[in-house]
Design a protein around this ligand. Sequence first.
Ligand code: AMP
Length: 580
Amino acid sequence: MRGWSDLAERVAGTTRTSEKTSLLARYLATLSSGELRAAATFLSGRPFPEADPRVVGLGWATIAAVVGRLAGTPAGALGAAYDNSSDLGVAVAEVLALRPDAPDPSLSPGLEEVADGFTAIGAAPGPAAKAAEFTSLLARCDALTAKYVVKILTGELRIGLREGLLEAAIAEAFERPRPAVGTALMLTGDTGETAVLAKEGRLNDARLRLLHPIKFMLASPAEDAADVMARLGPIVWVEDKYDGIRAQLHRRGSEVRLYSRDLHDISGQFPEIVAAAGPLDWDGILDGEILAYSDGHVLPFLTLQARLGRKEPTPEIQVEVPVAYVAFDVLAIGPRSYGGHDGAGSTVMPMLGVPLRERRGRLESLGLPTVADGGGFALSHLVTADSAETLDRVFDEARARHNEGLMVKDPQSGYTPGRRGLGWLKMKRALATLDCVVVGVEAGNGKRHGVLSDYTFAVRDESTDRLVTIGKAYTGLTDAELAEMTRWFESHTVRHVGRYRQVDPVVVVEVAFDVIQRSSRHQSGFALRFPRIARLRIEKSPTEIDTLANVERLHREFQYGAEYLVTAEERSSDRRKVDG
Ligand code: AMP
């Protein structure tokens, strides 16, 4: 692991991608298969492969306690070190460097030992047992190795390594074609496995496996209808953009699983959908969105939210917030297997490279049991558009159905897992904006380290004439704007509270967001979903910002639910098929 950590330092130390790639390639080529699996997984910035449901479950408090005990430093030492760097790995290394009996770097654990250590931490029940496993791993690490062990554990590697670069390095290390590495990675969702297949000349063995989630295809944002038509025209496929939870549905034999966008198994949260998929007579993978719905109406995301964050829904909440699975894609399909538990006999055909037009046809031919018939499924609402005007009209219709906007898809496009490809464009407008005043700022992380980029903002409560916070946003301004504002905020800091600076409430910002909801997190009693700073309103005075009364009014508007779900009849009547 020390060798890996040295490599990581060198990769972080150069900005040239070709140099990063060759450093990585030379290093990977020296490893055994076992070491390679761990090394490549860690280079992806995770303790376990992305498609692996395991988590280490180690919190900041446990890490701080273990590091403090090993280093013999007083409580607060790690926090102080973290304030300097905003990087937990760096802070841990700084604190552990003070250890009187630091282990010799040559004795640092091997890559496979670290992988075993991560497994043991993940499997340990409860914080105390996890702390014991973490202590035994960290005690053997010199400061530099510990820095990277912690960076991997917290998923914040920050050495300037994109997945594409790692893919190129694997190809170069074992002299394999880059597209073959990319395909294997896409199918397995496992960098370690892909690296080993490349080393052993078995990239063609990579298979899409049922009950192993693959990354989701993502959409690129579009400016407006004209932009969409210019990029995907002359004829585009247009689906409503539903505001629910993206989920991949896998089924093999009698097993059905649902995976979230971050590839976690969420089947337990939606037993109705799992049950609805039970009788289906195929094995395969669908892509779609889980929505709260009742009596043929889609309910707002806020309603669905009541079901989130619980492992299993109570019977009451299942009645209160029923759900449906709106399918829009099929990623693999084949006859239902009746083999053993291991799925022997399942022969699904991957559909990733097949054009959307054919995938959709296949999806429709599955005859999913619809919600209208009490079956738990629906298909996304699909029409075609051949002009910006039509697209604008469809957009307004989708909004009238209380959906977020549109997903515009190229019927010829393949399914590209994990890529923000150009095959899918999303069109949505921020529902509303609020003018708020910045009352606090904090330095950001990573690239934004040292820049006061995190703004806490407030609206005015007219009844008391006080400012009340409503949210916090991290992004939106250009680097130049941020730098200028950082200088301003530094000289207008009223008070330091840890990393947080309370500032003179003078700077007005326009904040865009998707939804307003009630929340005790902020003084206003409301919180914004996906807030982003749309622009600085330097010209505005803080006396002109929005009031709490405005926020309450907007919140009432958001209370209305979507009143639309595609029914079987609408599917056949409303949809216009594209010729050819
Ligand atoms: P965004 O989260 O704004 O980047 O938009 C992408 C998300 O829209 C996807 O991850 C899906 O969860 C969601 N979505 C809603 N409706 C659709 C649809 N018809 N096709 C694809 N994605 C959709």
